[in-house]
Design a protein around this ligand. Structure first.
Ligand code: PAF
Length: 271
């Protein structure tokens, strides 16, 4: 199993003993193929890789969502172990809440512009919690590069903005969204869909990829499909959407216009 540390101090002392570049992959665990892509890429591009597993309470809007978040630490470590090479270059940082929030969340990172729209509008406080934990994790990891998926596009944008604004000495590396065969973006939350919902869920990507329809028309189509869409909006040269299917909130985004048509070709099933 990968060497695991649980306190910032123990990671720091281990970090001092290894040399070369470090890639960092922050996660909340319940790892799927999308996370493993990030870890593989980090291993390819760095001498060592640190994966953090921490279900961050401050970025959840509802206690029930936090409680329902699957904790699968043993399975996660086994998946990471399978990527481990002979040199054992992969480490896990799995802190507890008290290690990350010794201040009880008194100090926070606030971005007051791009965090107010889309996800920020529907999930108040989410990005403050996310940016705060990411800043702490980046400071603890002290990595050369940190890897974030494009699936959470607004998160990636805000993390990049924070890194630039606060002069963080780390390169933020964006990684493409990993999709299921039918186009559904991989997410830890997909496991909570019923079989019927899972089948329908692929329509989110298909509808998003239909550039013959406006954002407003896609919203309406998703409603007819049985989703409860929160937004479909084109911004930052992406088309982004969030929609509920039963009790599961799905998000996705694709490049706007021509890029999307190219990306969409492989999966889009638009009727
Ligand atoms: O994308 C996630 O899993 C989380 O938002 C992150 C970046 C690990 C911070 O808790």
């Amino acid at each position: 199993m990968p060497h695991t540390v649980s306190t910032p101090q123990s990671w720091r002392s281990l970090h001092k003993r290894i040399s070369g570049t470090l890639g960092f992959v922050p996660t909340m665990g319940n790892l799927h193929a999308g996370h493993l892509d990030l870890v593989r890429r980090a291993l390819d591009e760095n001498d060592h890789v640190l994966v953090s597993i921490f279900v961050n309470p401050t970025q959840f809007n509802q206690q029930s969502d936090f409680d329902a978040y699957a904790r699968t630490f043993e399975e996660d470590c086994a998946k990471l172990d399978a990527l481990q090479d002979a040199e054992k270059r992969l480490y896990v940082f799995a802190p507890q809440e008290k290690h990350i929030y010794p201040d009880g969340y008194a100090v926070k990172v606030l971005e007051a512009e791009d965090s107010e729209v889309l996800e920020g509008k529907f999930r108040p406080g989410h990005f403050t919690g996310m940016l705060t934990v990411v800043l702490k994790l980046l400071n603890i990891a002290d990595a050369t590069r940190a890897y974030f998926g494009e699936k959470d596009f607004q998160q990636l944008l805000l993390v990049r903005k924070m890194a630039e604004s606060l002069f963080l000495p780390v390169e933020i590396v964006p990684c493409p969204t990993r999709r299921e065969e039918d186009g559904l973006a991989m997410s830890s939350r997909n496991a909570r869909l019923s079989a019927e919902e899972r089948e329908k869920a692929a329509l989110l990507y298909a509808r998003l990829s239909d550039f013959s329809r406006s954002d407003a028309q896609v919203m309406k189509t998703l409603e007819k499909d049985g989703f409860k869409p929160e937004y479909v909006e084109t911004r930052w040269r992406r088309r982004l959407a969030a929609a509920w299917l039963g009790n599961v909130r799905l998000i996705d985004n694709i490049p706007a216009e021509s890029g999307a048509q190219k990306e969409g070709k492989k999966h889009a099933v638009v009727s």
